[in-house]
Design a protein around this ligand. Structure first.
Ligand code: ADP
Length: 397
């Protein structure tokens, strides 16, 4: 099963997207609809509201008078919290029931207007945001829903900004153009990403980097992509995870890199990482274990540094997740190297030059990783000296 979160500002085209995904075969759960059902006639929610707010919020037939309740909670933050304390658990329970009932290979799309405002992204494998310019949205809503311009603009102002939405979006669907363009982009997303992603999650398959080596110029969205994955990993792992960090070249602004995100999870002991429950949760979250035995090369001390490796089931985002014991030499080195690279422009240039030199020799991605090792050995002492001089201490996030 794949869990997809769908959101977008009012008038962006979110309902249009939900409708199309449903036609393509997704199971759509509409949070607004569940919210209405939670307080529908005869519901547990409506009874609780009547007890808390009195008959003034009911109409003559005993149904909810939405505008009366709306006015009440708009003016009184405590009333709003009380209302949410009634409705949220009911909506959450119904959502869980609906998800529990879907087929094992379902692609569930959860349509949630306030997904970004409520910071819910880590509950999904993927977040899709539909976006359109404010002017476009104003025009569409005035035309289709008969809303006044002032009403549309005040609603837009009360919602998350586009910048906040972009941070939350794994996929940004631009809907400023014709509807057919949106639908074509969705069809491609469905077939090229969502369907194979679901298959990968269900079968514990991770995406692989292409063997042909390609270095990318620095991508300013890498850190945001990494933060979204780290939030999902923390949510899947739970309290016992000691640290979760974006490491490697994609964590260093300005550095060329393979388009592969490196993430480091710090654990108390590798036994924690081998626990059945944790592994099942990582599998379900789309971060399956990589087969094989992994250890980092020794730098400075004797022996190797064992680790576990996981990957990402998303076919459009290759990631290498390194699980190391928090406080171990390998864990510390990854953080130190990243921070040294961020701090020292000269070292960054040298590393970029070394990468370019190796890439130009026509190696594969695997050979490239190995070919970098002598350079790491050569700069090890410099990085350590930088750490001593600056008083650097590892700070796992
Ligand atoms: P939301 O659910 O995000 O509020 P809707 O999907 O209801 O937005 O879209 C708002 C209105 O704009 C609807 O009337 C819809 O048919 C229309 N619409 C959506 N996308 C486009 C588009 N690309 N071009 C023109 N009209 C569109």
């Amino acid at each position: 099963m794949l869990r997809v979160g769908l959101s977008g500002g009012i008038g962006s085209g979110k309902s249009t997207v939900a409708q199309r995904l449903s036609e393509l075969g997704a199971t759509v759960i509409d949070a607004d609809q569940l919210a209405r059902e939670a307080v529908g006639p005869g519901s547990e929610g409506l009874a609780a509201i009547a007890v808390r707010f009195g008959d003034d919020v009911l109409d003559d037939t005993g149904a909810l008078n939405r505008s009366a309740l709306g006015e009440l909670v708009f003016a009184d933050p405590q009333a709003r919290r009380d209302l949410e304390a009634i409705t949220h658990p009911l909506i959450a329970r119904r959502t869980r029931e609906l998800i529990a009932a879907v087929a094992p290979d379902a692609i569930v799309v959860h349509d949630v207007p306030l997904l970004v405002e409520k910071a819910m992204g880590s509950a999904y494998h993927l977040v899709i945001i539909v976006g359109a310019d404010e002017e476009t949205r104003v025009k569409r809503l005035m035309h289709s829903r008969g809303m006044t311009e002032a009403d549309v603009r005040s609603r837009i102002a009360a919602q998350a900004s586009d910048e906040q939405r972009r941070e939350a979006a794994d996929v940004w669907l631009d809907n400023d153009g014709p509807r057919d363009d949106l639908l074509a982009a969705l069809d491609e997303l469905w077939h090229e990403r969502l369907v194979p992603f679901e298959h990968n999650v269900r079968h514990g398959i991770r995406s692989h980097r292409p063997e042909g080596l390609a270095l990318h110029p620095t991508d300013p969205t890498w850190p945001q992509q990494a933060q979204r994955m780290l939030a999902r990993l923390r949510a899947a792992w739970g309290e016992e995870l000691v640290s979760a960090d974006h490491i490697g070249s994609t964590a260093v602004p300005g550095l060329v890199a393979k388009d592969v995100l490196d993430l480091q999870l710090g654990v108390r002991s590798l036994d924690d990482a081998d626990g059945e429950d944790v592994r099942a949760r990582l599998d379900a979250a789309g971060f399956p274990r990589a087969a094989g035995v992994y250890a980092d090369f020794d730098r400075g001390s004797d022996g190797t540094w064992p680790k576990r490796m996981h990957g990402n089931a998303d076919p459009a985002r290759v990631a290498h997740i390194h699980i190391r014991e928090a406080g171990s030499a390998g864990w510390r080195w990854a953080l130190m190297f990243r921070d040294w690279m961020r701090a020292d422009p000269q070292a960054r240039l040298e590393y970029a030059a070394e990468k370019a030199r190796i890439a130009a020799s026509g190696v594969t991605a695997t050979e490239y990783a190995e070919a970098k090792e002598p350079w790491f050995d050569a700069v090890h002492e410099r990085a350590e000296a930088w750490a001593r001089e600056t008083g650097w201490e590892p700070q796992g996030g």
